[in-house]
Design a protein around this ligand. Structure first.
Ligand code: HEC
Ligand code: HEC
Ligand code: HEC
Ligand code: HEC
Ligand code: HEC
Length: 451
C-alpha cells in the first residue's frame, strides 16, 4: 500500500489505474498522457531543414535549445545530483532530466533516463530541442514537465505537416499548417515550468511567473508572449520589456516570399558562458545584451541622516521573475561600495573572494529549496519545499536597505552594480571530475552618486 501511495504521488507517471485515481479523488491535473513512442526514423535531422531554412538554422545552432543535451554544465550538474541518492522518489527526479534536455531521445525510446549510457544516444537526439520536435507539436497535455503531444511525419520521404504561424505557406518538401499553439506561450511553458516528479515542488516556474505578470494582458496591444521578446531578438536588437521590439522582415525559406516578420530562433536567455564555449561569441554577446536590458537601479538617499542607504532594483525588461529558470542556481546580486571623501572604503558588500565565492551577507535574489524540515538543500532531487524566494517579479521591484556605521559626509561616493552569473562557484567546485571553471559575471546595471 505504501508503495502504491508513493507511486500516486509521483507526477509524470502514467501507469496509475483509473479506478485508484477515482477512489482517491485525484484530479486529472496530476496525471500525464501516456508517453508517446515513435520510430527514430520519423524525425528529420535539422541539417535537412537547413537546406531551405538556412538563416533559421544558423540562429538555432549553438542556441541553448540546440545544446540542451550537450551542455556540459547541465550534464555535470545532472551527474552530481544523481550521486548518492537512496530514496526512490528522489532518484526518480534525478533520472527525469532527459525528458526536456534530450526530448527526441525520450520519444524514440532512448535514453529513457539519465543513468542510461548516454554515449549511446542516437546522433539526432544529441542535437537537443530541434526543428522537427517543436514543429511536429499539435497540443499540450499538461503545462509542466514537457507535455508536448507530437504528430511527426515519416522521415524525409514523407515529412508530413510542419506546424507554424502561417496560414498560406505552400512548400513542396513538406506540408504546412497554421498552429495557434506555436503563437502561444503554452508551447514554451510546458517545458519552462518544472515540477519535482515525486513531491510536486515547483522547481522552475518561468511560465507561471509570466502568466501572472502584466505581460499576459487581455489587450493584444499590451500582451507580450515569450516569443514576443525571445523570438524578436537578433544582434543589435535585444527585444526586452524596456526596449523596442521591432519586426524582423524577411523570408522564412530561401526563395520564399517576403513577410513582415520572421520569428528569430536564437532562443537567447542569460547564458553567455556555454555558447561561448561552443565557439559562438555572437550568441554570448546577445545574452549579455539581454541581461543589460533587464533591470534598472535607483538609490534612495532620504534615510542617509539615519545612516540608511536604500537601493531599488526594478525588473523592467524580463517577462518573468529576475532571475528565472533554475532560480536556485542563478545568482543576481548587488555589489555596493561606499567611500568617504578621501576615497577610503567605509562599506562594501557583494565582492567575490580569491575562490570566486560571495560572502554570506551578499544581497542576492534567488530561490532556496528545503528538505521538508526547514533545512536548505543543494540537491533539487531532495527539494520538498521552497524556503525562500525573493526574486523580482516582472514589472516589480525590490528594495534593499543597508545600514551604514556613520552619517555620510559631503563628497562621499556610493557605487552600486547589479551582477549576474549562472551558478555559484561552490556548486561548480562540487561537480564530478574536480569541478568546473568559473562562469562569466555580467554587469546588468550600475548607478553611482557623489554627495
Ligand atoms: C523551441 C521550439 C522551436 C524550435 C527548436 C524551432 N522552432 Fe521554428 N518556430 C517556433 C515557434 C514557436 C514559431 C512561431 C512563433 C510565433 O508565431 O509566435 C516558429 C516559426 C518557424 C518558422 C516560420 C517562420 C518564422 O521564423 O517566423 C519556420 C520556417 C521555422 N520556425 C523553422 C524552424 C527550423 C528550420 C528550426 C530548426 C533549425 C526551428 N524552426 C526550430 C518554435 C521552434
Ligand atoms: C525544400 C525546402 C524546404 C525544406 C528542406 C524544409 N522546408 Fe520548411 N518551408 C519551406 C518553404 C518554402 C516554406 C514556406 C515559407 C513561406 O511561405 O514563407 C516552409 C515553411 C515552413 C514552416 C512554416 C509553416 C507554417 O504554416 O507556418 C515551418 C514550421 C517549417 N517550414 C519547418 C520545417 C522543418 C522543421 C524542416 C525540416 C524538418 C523544414 N521546414 C524543411 C521549405 C522547406
Ligand atoms: C518582456 C520580455 C520577455 C518576455 C515576455 C519573456 N522573457 Fe524571458 N527573458 C527576458 C529577459 C530580459 C531575460 C534576461 C534576464 C533574466 O535572466 O531574467 C530573459 C531570460 C530568460 C531565460 C534565462 C533565465 C536565466 O536567468 O537563466 C529563460 C529561460 C527565459 N527568459 C524564458 C522565457 C519564457 C519561457 C517566456 C514565456 C513564458 C519568457 N522568457 C518571456 C525577457 C522576456
Ligand atoms: C522541449 C522542451 C522545451 C521547449 C518546448 C522550449 N524550451 Fe526553452 N529550453 C529548454 C531547456 C531544457 C533549456 C535549457 C538548456 C540548457 O541550459 O542546457 C531551454 C533554454 C531556453 C532559453 C535559454 C536560457 C538561458 O539560460 O540562456 C530560452 C531563452 C528559452 N529556452 C526560451 C524558450 C521559448 C521562447 C520557447 C517557446 C518558443 C521554448 N524555450 C520552448 C526546454 C524547452
Ligand atoms: C520540464 C523540463 C525540464 C526538466 C525535466 C529538466 N530541466 Fe533542466 N532546464 C530546463 C529549462 C527550461 C532550463 C532553462 C532555464 C534557465 O536557463 O534558467 C533548464 C536549465 C538547466 C540547467 C542550467 C544549465 C546551464 O548551462 O546553466 C541545469 C544545470 C539543468 N537544467 C539541470 C537539470 C537536471 C539535473 C535535471 C534533472 C534532475 C533537469 N534539468 C530536468 C528544463 C528542464
Amino acid at each position: 500500500m505504501k508503495k502504491m501511495g508513493s507511486n500516486l504521488r509521483r507526477f509524470g507517471k502514467s501507469m496509475i489505474p483509473a479506478m485508484a485515481v477515482m477512489v482517491l479523488g485525484w484530479g486529472s491535473a496530476a496525471m500525464s498522457a501516456p508517453p508517446q513512442i515513435f520510430d527514430l526514423e520519423r524525425f528529420i535531422d535539422p541539417d535537412t531543414c537547413a537546406g531551405c531554412h538556412g538563416d533559421i538554422f544558423e540562429q538555432w545552432s549553438n542556441s541553448m535549445h540546440n545544446l540542451s543535451h550537450k551542455d556540459p554544465v547541465y550534464a555535470q550538474v545532472a551527474a552530481f545530483l544523481r550521486q548518492g541518492l537512496t530514496d526512490q522518489d528522489e532518484i526518480d527526479e534525478a533520472e527525469s532530466c532527459v525528458k526536456c534536455h534530450t526530448p527526441v531521445g525520450v520519444v524514440t525510446g532512448f535514453p529513457g533516463k539519465l543513468s542510461d549510457d548516454l554515449s549511446k544516444t542516437p546522433e539526432i537526439a544529441t542535437k537537443g530541442i530541434q526543428c522537427d520536435y517543436c514543429h511536429s507539436a499539435v497540443k499540450v497535455t499538461q503545462m509542466y514537465n514537457n507535455g508536448l503531444f507530437l504528430e511527426p511525419g515519416f522521415g524525409e520521404d514523407d515529412p508530413g505537416v510542419k506546424y507554424g504561424p502561417f496560414d498560406d505557406a505552400e512548400p513542396d518538401f513538406h506540408d504546412a499548417a497554421y498552429s495557434a499553439l506555436h503563437e502561444s506561450a503554452d508551447i514554451c511553458g510546458t517545458c519552462h515550468d518544472v515540477k519535482h516528479v515525486s513531491f510536486g515542488t515547483d522547481l522552475e516556474t518561468t511560465y507561471t511567473e509570466w502568466k501572472n505578470s502584466p505581460y499576459n494582458a487581455e489587450n493584444p496591444d499590451e500582451r507580450i508572449t515569450c516569443q514576443g521578446c525571445h523570438m524578436y531578438q537578433r544582434p543589435g536588437v535585444p527585444a526586452t520589456g524596456m526596449t523596442e521590439r521591432p519586426q524582423n522582415p524577411g523570408a522564412a525559406a530561401d526563395y520564399s516570399k517576403e513577410r513582415p516578420h520572421i520569428f528569430t530562433h536564437y532562443f537567447v536567455g542569460a547564458n553567455s558562458g556555454v555558447p561561448a564555449d561552443f565557439g559562438d561569441p555572437e550568441k554570448a554577446d546577445m545574452a549579455v545584451a539581454r541581461l543589460q536590458h533587464a533591470a534598472e537601479l535607483a538609490l534612495d538617499l532620504s534615510g542617509l541622516e539615519k545612516k540608511q542607504l536604500g537601493i531599488t532594483v526594478s525588473n523592467t525588461g524580463a517577462g518573468h521573475s529576475l532571475p528565472t529558470g533554475v532560480g536556485d542556481l542563478r545568482q543576481v546580486w548587488l555589489e555596493v561600495t561606499v567611500e568617504d571623501k578621501e576615497g577610503n572604503k567605509i562599506f562594501e558588500t557583494g565582492f567575490m573572494d580569491d575562490k570566486k565565492e560571495l560572502p554570506e551577507n551578499t544581497l542576492m535574489f534567488k530561490t532556496v529549496f528545503g528538505d521538508g524540515k526547514g533545512n536548505p538543500v543543494i540537491n533539487l532531487a531532495r527539494a520538498r519545499e521552497i524556503l525562500r524566494d525573493n526574486r523580482i517579479p516582472a514589472k516589480g521591484r525590490a528594495k534593499e536597505v543597508i545600514t551604514l556605521d556613520r552619517v555620510l559626509e559631503k563628497e562621499s561616493r556610493i557605487m552600486v552594480r547589479l551582477l549576474y552569473r549562472g551558478m555559484p562557484q561552490k556548486i561548480l567546485n562540487l561537480l564530478p571530475g574536480g569541478g568546473m571553471a568559473p562562469l562569466p559575471v555580467v554587469e546588468m546595471a550600475r548607478i553611482s552618486h557623489t554627495l
